[in-house]
Design a protein around this ligand. Sequence first.
Ligand code: APR
Length: 336
Amino acid sequence: MPLQMVRNDITRMQVDAIVNAANPTLLGGGGVDGAIHRAAGPGLLAECRTLGGCRTGEAKLTGGYNLPCRYVIHTVGPIWRGGQQGERAALTACYRNSLQLAVEQDCETVAFPLISAGVYGYPKAEALQVAVETIEEFLQQQELTVYLVLFDRTVYTISEQLHREIAAFIDDRYVEAHTDSRAEQSRRIAIQQSCPEVFAAPMPAAAPSAPAVDPDLLQAVRQMDESFSQMLLRKIDESGMTDAQCYKRANISRKLFSKIRSDLHYRPSKPTVLAFAIALRLPMDQTRELLCKAGFALSHSSKFDIIVEYFISHGNYDICQVNEALFAFDQSLLGG
Ligand code: APR
């Protein structure tokens, strides 16, 4: 998954580079700056002294010293002054310049804190939105894994209104995990017995002597034989997107997509299937069909499934918003 939101202490991230929300002196401070300098040890400060400071929006690189990363990229975010003094542009530049520096150093993994969202007072929801949009845009052109390290729970960006709506949507549907699976199973058997033709093995191609079969039904049965990866590639073609546009929009790595494309019978995870359903903007019935091809079904004993169902049923296919909602409800994120 090229962009991941994780709840962690950035000084523990085992990545190629972590990004520090520094101040123009680069000589340390509080917040994440202080945490990074404490964990890195005196060598970091000594190197920072040689850099001659850093302007807002710019980024400078040092070694990682005692940290579990190779590099520290120091960037200086804007101080929030109401939003009319170029704060958004400066914050965008912080992410862009830090990512550019990471790519120049051949980094494959980078971890960001939420720059300016602490001492510098940038409203957290907007700070997260700028971070996600800027990183997502950069990842359209670069192969990199970026972690957005969120240090405290108050950061999730979805509005209180959306949080309430999703919580209500879950309450209406959420079936406790200990549903009596025997009852469910007997219901399923009853359904299969009441319409066996739907669950029977695919019908053979119509023999000349057999009665004429409805071509739509034949087409549907043929599509029943379609594997997950076949259906996925067909839906990508129908969407007019390129493979790369689709898997990037699904927040799926090129490596994982190559596996799916090259293996007719690849078995993806459920978050991967749903990430593609969102990227392809599939309606609910086609989402269920794609899940079924991979051996899954939407379940009302899974908050993850219900939250994704909420977004699809409301026609909201913005995977960042879906992931922010999943994150807010302590669920794993969409993507491979
Ligand atoms: N790991 C990850 N994130 C952290 C950590 C940590 N160990 N500590 C704090 N954070 C989060 C905060 O919760 C906040 O969301 O980092 C985000 C940025 O907060 P600050 O560290 O206060 O950075 P910023 O708002 O950019 O202010 C920079 O603060 O520390 C001083 O020297 C720094 O003057 C500069 C100013």
